[in-house]
Design a protein around this ligand. Structure first.
Ligand SMILES: Cc1ncc(COP(=O)(O)O)c(C=O)c1O
Length: 367
C-alpha cells in the first residue's frame, strides 16, 4: 500500500477495503461500525427513494424528524437541534450563548471546530492549559471578577489522544460564578461514555444548569450531522440567534435516515456499549504490557506516544504491510496531538478478540 490518499472500497467496519485490500481497520470514528450496518444502509436507501437527496433549504423530512426524536430520547433531553455537520455544532451552540457570557475560557487543545466558532462569535478568548483545572482556576481568578459571566469550552473526549476532560473539576472552578456556563463538544463521548451512552457529562455526573453539550451523529451513531441537545430555552435561543440555522441547508436525507437508524440500533442494544468498553480494555491491557503508558478509561481511542527507541512511522508502515491499519500522527498533527509523534488506534465494538490480539502482537514485533 502506498502513502498516497487512501480509498475506502467498502462500508467502514472491523474489516474494511482500503486501496483494494481488506485490512483490519483501526482508524476513524465509527466505534460501532454502524455506518456499514445493513439496517442503516437500508434506511438511507429507502429515504433517498422517498424524499430525494436533500431539501435544498432548512425544511425537514420525516427522516430528519425521526433522527431528532430518536436522538432526543437517547440523550434524555427536551430538544435536539440537527445541523449539517458536527463541525458546525459548537458554532451553533456558541452563537446561541455568546450574549450570555463576558469572556470564553477555552482548553488550548480544543477541536478546530471550537476554535473557528470562537473566532466567529468575537468574544474575548482566554486559553487555559490543556486538561488543567488549576490553570483554568488561576486564569478565571485573574481575568473574570466575581459577578462575571465566564463561559468555559472544551472537548469532552479529545479526538486523537482519547483523553477525557476533567469536567467535575471545571464545574468546581466555576462554582463562585452564579452565571457560569460550561460547553462541551462531545463528538467522541456521546453514544460511548456514561451508563446510558449520554456522554462525558454523564460519565462525570455533572449534568446541571449551565452545562451545555454539542456533538455529532457522524461518529458513534453511524450517521452524519451535528447535534445540539438541550432544553426548550436553549432551542429558542438557537432559533433566535444562530446564523447557521438560518443560512445552511438541513443535513442530507440519507444522512438523516441513517442517523435515525443508527441511534435506534444503539438504543435497542446497550450490550454494544459493553462490548466496545471491553474491547477498548483488551487493547489497552495488551499494549500496556508492551510498556506503553495508557489510561484506564473505556474510551475506544488508544494513543501510543513515540519514544526515542521507537520510530512510530515505521511501526505504522510495518502494520500496514500486514494489512492492519492504524493512524500515524506527526507532532501537533491534529487539534489535540501532543508535540511528539503518536499512533492513534480506534477500537470498535465489532473487532474480534483475535483481531485485537493480532494488532497487539504485530505492534510487539514491530517495536
Ligand atoms: C471533537 C470534534 N468535534 C467535532 C468534529 C466534527 O464532527 P463531524 O465530522 O460530524 O463534522 C470532530 C471530528 O472529528 C471532532 O473530533
Amino acid at each position: 500500500m502506498d502513502n498516497g490518499p487512501r480509498q475506502m472500497g467498502s462500508p467502514v467496519g472491523a474489516r474494511t477495503a482500503i486501496n483494494g485490500r481488506d485490512v483490519d481497520y483501526f482508524c476513524g470514528t465509527s466505534y460501532y461500525s454502524l455506518h456499514g450496518h445493513p439496517d442503516v444502509i437500508a434506511a438511507a436507501r429507502d429515504a433517498l427513494a422517498a424524499y430525494g437527496v436533500g431539501t435544498a433549504t432548512a425544511a425537514q423530512t420525516p427522516a430528519h424528524e425521526e433522527a431528532v426524536e430518536r436522538t432526543r430520547h437517547f440523550l434524555g433531553v427536551e430538544t435536539v437541534t440537527y445541523v449539517a455537520s458536527g463541525y458546525l455544532a459548537p458554532l451553533v451552540l456558541l452563537e446561541a450563548l455568546a450574549e450570555d457570557c463576558d469572556a470564553v475560557f477555552a482548553d488550548s487543545a480544543s477541536h478546530f471546530g471550537v476554535r473557528d466558532a470562537l473566532r466567529t462569535i468575537g468574544k474575548p478568548v482566554v486559553s487555559f492549559r490543556h486538561l488543567d483545572p488549576d490553570d483554568l482556576a488561576g486564569r478565571l481568578s485573574r481575568e473574570c471578577p466575581a459577578g462575571g459571566k465566564p463561559l468555559v469550552v472544551t472537548d469532552g473526549v479529545f479526538p486523537s489522544t482519547g483523553a477525557i476532560a476533567p469536567l467535575s473539576s471545571y464545574v468546581d472552578a466555576l462554582r463562585r460564578y452564579s452565571d457560569a456556563i460550561l460547553c462541551v463538544d462531545d463528538a467522541h463521548g456521546l453514544g460511548v461514555l456514561g451508563a446510558r451512552g449520554r456522554g462525558t457529562v454523564e460519565h462525570h455526573d455533572v449534568g446541571k444548569d449551565g452545562v451545555h453539550v454539542c456533538g455529532t451523529l457522524s461518529k458513534a451513531f453511524g450517521g452524519a450531522g451535528g447535534i445540539v441537545p438541550g432544553d426548550r430555552a436553549l432551542s429558542a435561543k438557537i432559533r433566535l440567534r444562530s446564523h447557521v440555522l438560518l443560512g445552511a441547508s438541513s443535513p442530507s436525507v440519507p444522512a438523516a435516515a441513517a442517523s435515525a437508524a443508527g441511534v435506534r440500533i444503539l438504543a435497542e442494544h446497550p450490550e454494544m456499549r459493553q462490548q466496545l468498553w471491553s474491547n477498548a480494555r483488551r487493547a489497552k491491557t495488551g499494549l500496556r504490557a508492551l510498556g506503553f503508558d495508557l489510561d484506564d478509561t473505556p474510551v475506544p481511542i488508544v494513543s501510543l506516544r513515540g519514544r526515542p527507541s521507537i520510530d512510530l512511522l515505521r511501526v505504522q508502515k510495518t502494520l500496514e504491510r500486514h494489512d492492519i491499519l492504524v493512524r500515524h500522527s506527526p507532532p501537533r498533527g491534529y487539534s489535540d496531538s501532543p508535540d511528539v509523534e503518536t499512533l492513534r488506534i480506534a477500537v470498535f465494538s465489532t473487532h474480534t478478540p483475535e483481531q485485537i490480539d493480532r494488532l497487539v502482537d504485530a505492534i510487539r514485533r514491530a517495536i
